[in-house]
Each structure stands twice: as C-alpha cells, then as structure tokens.
Design a binder for this molecule. Structure first.
Ligand code: AGP
Length: 370
C-alpha cells in the first residue's frame, strides 16, 4: 500500500494532489483547445436523441450528487431544457413519472451504488434514454446505460471522494457543451468555457500550493469545534454542500452546507462569535448577494473564513477570521478551484483529530446495499 500511495501518507492526499493531472485526463482527447471543439465519442450515436429531450434528469448519491448540482444551471443555460437533480434514494421513494423523451444522467464514481442502480432499472423500464457518467469502466452503471462518458480520473481508493468530484464536474460540463454545440448563439460562451477548462489544471495546482496556509487556518479556527457552517450560493451552493460533506465524513465535525439566501430563513439563529463559518465569496454575478450574507454573519459577531478571489477588495477583511485567496476563472467553473481548500481542510482536520482519513468510521467506499 505504501508504494501505491506514491510517497503520500494517505490515498486521500495523493488523490487531492493528483487533481491537476486527473482533471486534464478527463479532458484529454475530447476537448480541442485550439479549435474550441468538443467530441465525446461515447455519446455520439445518441446525440440526436439527447438533443430532442425536453427534460434532463440527473441521478446520484453523495459527492456525485453534488457534482450534478454544480453543473445544473450551466446545463439549463446552454441547453435551454429544464434539469432536475435527485438523490437516488429520494427518487426511489417518490417513483416520479419519467417520459420516453427524457434523458436521465447517472453520475457515479464506482458505477456500483445500489440506489443509483435501482433508479437505472426503473428508468430502463420507463423507456427513456439513459446516460452514464462513471469512473469505473465495466461497472454495472456503465454497462446498463445506453451510452456515456467515462470520467477517466484513475482509480479512487480513499473513501472520501475528491478527484472524482472534479472530474465528474468537468465531464458534465463537457456533456453540456456537446449537447449544445449546435446552437449558434452559444458560440461565445462555449469558447469562454473551453478556454476556462484549459487553465483549470494549472489553477488547481496554484491552490494546492497553499496547503500549509490552509492547514494553519484549519487548525487555528476549526480544529476541536463540534459544528460549523459552510455557506455559498449560485455556482457555489454545490461547493458548500460538498465542502460540508468532506468535513463530516472524515473529521467527524458536524458541518452544514447552507444556501446563503436561506440564512435568514432559520440558520442565522445559530450564528454568534463561537460558530465557525466558511463562506464562498469568489466574485461572480451573485457577489452582491453573497456579500450581504457575509454582513448578516458579521453583524452577529460571526467571523467567517472566506474563500475569495485573489486581490478582492469588496469584502471587509477586518471582520473575517481568515481569507483564502484563490485564482479567478469562468463563473461556472469556479467551483473546481474553490473546492480544493475545503478538501484540504477536511484532510488536515481529520489528521489533527487523530483519525485515518482513508478509513472513516461507519462508511464504505462503494455502497452496494439499499
Ligand atoms: C463521498 O466522499 C462519499 N464517500 C459518498 O458520498 C459517495 O460520493 C457516494 O456514496 C456515491 O458513490 P458513487 O459515486 O460511487 O456512486
């Protein structure tokens, strides 16, 4: 195992650190950065039918579910078709109507998650088109779907999913690009996104270089706490949920991902000078709303740790505990950069509490029971 960990103490740190390469591998051979082109061979045969769908239904669990949430609005923007995102377990409980002209997208690292597999069976019976976004080649979900995109992140051993998240995110962005690249109005946005994707591996490396700073912040403000909030909205709502899941899963600190607009609908009652808060406030069109959420927190003596754009001067730093500056990219891709500090935080908090991040208690890598 030591050789497999490639010099790292844990698979999780190896996999976090691999992301500049794994994200590149997801795009390799599919994105032509020079000509701003995309070719997803795995869905080619079904592309016409996918484009005819009047609805996309995404199905996943855990981290994979968060990757769906991360791309949902981009999918809607580019395709002009409504996108539903459901947890596989909740979908099963509801057994909602599925139409023959729906496209269902199953996102799974392992391709063996029982709940997601159950939904796939249900959808096959309903006669819709089923697309897999899977890491494990030859897995049940990749075999039982009509077509799909392998994320090519390489084997993920750590129970806590890290590199699969960034690769699922990118694979779904590419899927949205492929479905919508026959729409002329999208040309400029497509070019912007493809240029953005090209620089993602480099930007992730830049954030990884801040490891020590992130470790110090985690130990100083979060270690030993029993609970914390992770706040974000718009493109960063998914980052909040995923960041909170990582922290719960391996450091056993209760963490709640909060949509920033929901603070005043209840969560704000928890905020005081003792409640640790991490806020995603990188600049995009939602910044005014995010900054107002930060003010709601600081007005209750909360002192958030803020993930912000490099050189930001909109946020009052004197009222924060710490600022983690990250490089700016295209709005819909920013989550790929922003999640890195939270992955690192969860890792360092786990180690500091004396846990083995690769073996969180009560959890299995692949959940093959319902
Ligand atoms: C993530 O860190 C978790 N271990 C878990 O939520 C996981 O993402 C979920 O079980 C889904 O697994 P899958 O992607 O293999 O279907």
């Amino acid at each position: 195992a030591e050789i497999m960990r490639g010099g790292y103490d844990h698979f999780m740190m190896k996999e976090i650190s691999e992301q500049p390469d794994s994200t590149f591998n997801t795009m390799r051979g599919r994105l032509d950065f020079k000509n701003k082109n995309i070719i997803l061979g795995g869905i080619k045969q079904y592309l016409t039918s996918i484009r005819r769908s009047r609805r996309f239904q995404m199905i996943a669990c855990g981290t994979s579910y968060h990757s769906c949430l991360a791309v949902r609005s981009l999918f809607e923007e580019l395709t002009g078709v409504p996108v539903s995102v459901d947890l596989a377990s909740d979908f099963l409980d509801r057994s909602p109507p599925i139409f023959r002209d729906d496209t269902c997208i199953f996102v799974s690292q392992s391709g063996e998650t029982a709940d997601s597999m159950q939904v796939l069976k249900y959808c096959r019976a309903a006669g819709c088109l089923n697309v897999g976004v899977v890491n494990s080649v030859g897995s049940s979900i990749s075999r039982e779907t009509d077509c799909g995109v392998h994320i090519n992140a390489g084997p993920e051993i750590s129970v806590a999913s890290t590199k699969a998240y960034s690769s699922q995110f990118i694979a779904l962005v590419m899927l949205a690009l492929q479905i919508s690249n026959n729409v002329i109005d999208n040309k400029q946005r497509h070019e912007e996104i493809i240029n953005g994707l090209e620089e993602i591996p480099r930007l992730i490396s830049q954030v990884l270089e801040k490891k020590e700073e992130i470790k110090e912040i985690s130990l100083k403000y979060l270690h030993g706490k029993d609970s914390m909030l992770v706040v974000g909205r718009g493109y960063q709502y998914a980052s909040s949920l995923e960041g909170a899941l990582k922290i719960k899963e391996i450091s056993y600190i209760h963490a709640e991902g909060v949509q920033a607009g929901e603070l005043k609908h209840g969560v704000l009652a928890l905020v005081d000078s003792n409640m640790p808060v991490v806020a995603f406030a990188t600049q995009d069109s939602f910044s005014p709303k995010v900054n107002s959420a930060i003010q709601q927190i600081t007005a209750r003596d909360g002192r958030p740790i803020v993930v912000m754009t490099e050189g930001d001067n909109l946020i009052d730093r004197s009222k924060t505990s710490a600022c983690i500056e990250v490089p700016k990219t295209v709005d819909c891709l920013q989550g790929l950069v922003n999640i890195i500090p939270l992955q690192l935080m969860s890792y360092y908090l786990s180690i500091a509490a004396g846990h083995n991040p690769d073996r969180p208690r009560n959890l299995a890598k692949s959940v093959t029971v319902e």
